[in-house]
Design a protein around this ligand. Structure first.
Ligand code: PNW
Length: 462
């Protein structure tokens, strides 16, 4: 006899709930939404110059205007309120605060973030501040060689402390640097992100070390200058290793691989030293550093932020030196509208679980998750982005598995509130819950905005 399906609670999955007080939010970054690139004393950033260089951006666009959020922030806060979001992760443009990177601050630049923070709080939305989302002041690139120099790490700490001192009476959570791994790899090795460099292996490894140092120095500076109780941590897209088949041996192999493949940033932050395997792999290209650097880099943090989009490796246990094999991605592996965005929602379970198991992290935020989609309006004018909903639903179900097993995930920030300047893809890839018409700056909710609002309301996957 066929089993009877319960019809009493249509759609309500029995295990779809999240912990009480789970923080639901959206995320953006300054360059991608603000515009007003030369307003109120803002200095140029490496992304301004890079985007204006021929052939760097897929659609020949730049971020001079983007979503014009600098002027439309009040309306954008209302979009968040409509979603029922409880928090907002945004980044501060360093060149608004210190137009030259260091030296003379620009009070008008900071005023914008005072206004934004006040507006958020007035609407019951908690501000989560990212201090560096890739918009290095151009002056630091020109004068110091940017992250090739330790002095940039020092300048970053100075800026971070300056901001924390002034905003931490209302913003209680600070993320230091967004995605060290991408800024190093795409910006300094492949040259497809600003500053568009193709450095040698030794230089790339030194840049990674300097960024880690900048993270650690800024943690110390935020503690020194922020109000008591200011919480601080990184926001990193760690390489997420997923056991190809969920056996005990594969799970262990995925943990070993995660620790090893993130050795240059997350592992050194949480363990206070570079792993032997990492140093052996780099050989004579290893970065130059002191023991004091390692102590700074591993300054205690209050939480770990994880940007999770896709699995990076499917891993099997193996009888080799490193203890694992990475299965190559088959050519047929499915992806979303961005070709790099492989579909593997299990990454959303394994990323925080690895952080909790490997390093004993007690507090985790998913600082980004989301997808690009084509988002053409239907004849009736609506955007039925059911592919984005599918992607989000699957990721959130995996996240729910993690929280239901006790993995300490405190909140989730969906990338992104609205379509924006998607770096070298320009405006050709849309990640928003709200569609932006970049000619009129009109924002229109997509179907996924309703999905997210319903999820927040239920505190369960809708
Ligand atoms: C993140 N990957 O970048 C950034 O933090 C955002 O600024 C960006 O808009 C968003 O994700 C969407 O791209 C990533 O290849 C880009 O795994 C690529 C990857 C991860 C993150």
């Amino acid at each position: 006899m066929p089993e009877r399906l319960s019809t009493s609670s249509a759609g309500a999955r029995p295990t779809s709930g999240f912990p009480r007080r789970f923080v639901w939010g959206t995320a953006t970054s300054a360059t991608q939404i603000e515009g007003a690139a030369a307003e109120d004393g803002r200095g140029p950033s490496i992304w301004d110059r890079f985007a204006h260089r021929q052939g760097t951006i897929a659609d020949q666009s730049n971020a001079d205007i983007a979503c014009d959020h600098y002027h439309l922030y009040r309306q954008d806060v209302q979009l968040m309120k409509t979603l029922g979001a409880k928090a907002y992760r945004f980044s501060i443009a360093w060149p608004r605060i210190f137009p030259e990177g260091s030296g003379q601050p620009n009070p008008k630049g900071l005023d914008f973030y005072h206004r934004l923070v006040d507006e958020l709080i007035a609407n019951g939305i908690e501000p989560f501040v990212t201090l560096y989302h890739w918009d290095l002041p151009e002056g630091l690139q020109d004068r110091l060689g940017g992250w090739m120099s330790r002095d940039t790490a020092m300048a970053f700490a100075g800026y971070a402390g300056y901001v924390a001192e002034r905003l931490s009476d209302r913003a209680r959570h600070f993320f230091t640097i967004n995605e060290c791994s991408r800024l190093v790899h795409l910006g300094h090795r492949l040259g497809i992100d600003a500053p568009g460099l193709k450095l040698t292996e030794a230089e790339v490894n030194q840049v990674r070390h300097n960024v880690a140092l900048g993270h650690g120095l800024s943690v110390q500076s935020i503690r020194a200058h922020g109000k008591a109780g200011t919480a601080v941590g990184p926001a990193e897209n760690i390489d997420v290793c997923v056991p190809a088949i969920e056996t005990e041996a594969n799970v262990r192999a995925a943990e070993v691989a995660t620790r090893d493949l993130n050795a240059g940033y997350m592992t050194v932050i949480l363990e206070g030293k570079y792993t032997d395997a990492y140093l052996a792999r780099l050989g004579s290209n290893a970065p130059k550093y002191t023991d004091e650097d390692l102590r700074i880099i591993s300054s205690p943090i209050d939480f770990v932020g994880l940007n999770v989009y896709k699995p990076d490796h499917y891993v099997l246990a193996a009888d080799n030196e490193c203890g694992f094999v990475r299965a190559p991605f088959p050519a047929s592996f499915p992806h979303m509208d961005s070709s790099w965005l492989n579909i593997g929602p299990e990454a959303m379970y394994w990323a925080p679980r690895h952080a909790a198991r490997l390093w004993g992290v007690k507090s985790i935020y998913i600082t980004e998750n989301g997808t690009s989609a084509v988002d053409e309006p239907a004849p009736d004018g609506h955007v039925y982005d059911v592919d984005r909903i599918m992607y989000l639903r699957n990721c959130l179900m995996q996240l729910q598995r993690a929280t239901s097993e006790g993995v300490p995930v405190r909140g989730y920030f969906l990338w992104s509130l609205m379509d924006n300047f998607e770096w070298s893809d320009g405006f050709s890839k849309r990640f928003g819950l709200y569609r932006v018409d970049f000619d009129t700056q009109r924002r229109t909710p997509k179907l996924s905005a309703s999905f997210y609002r319903e999820t927040i309301k239920r505190n369960a996957v809708a």
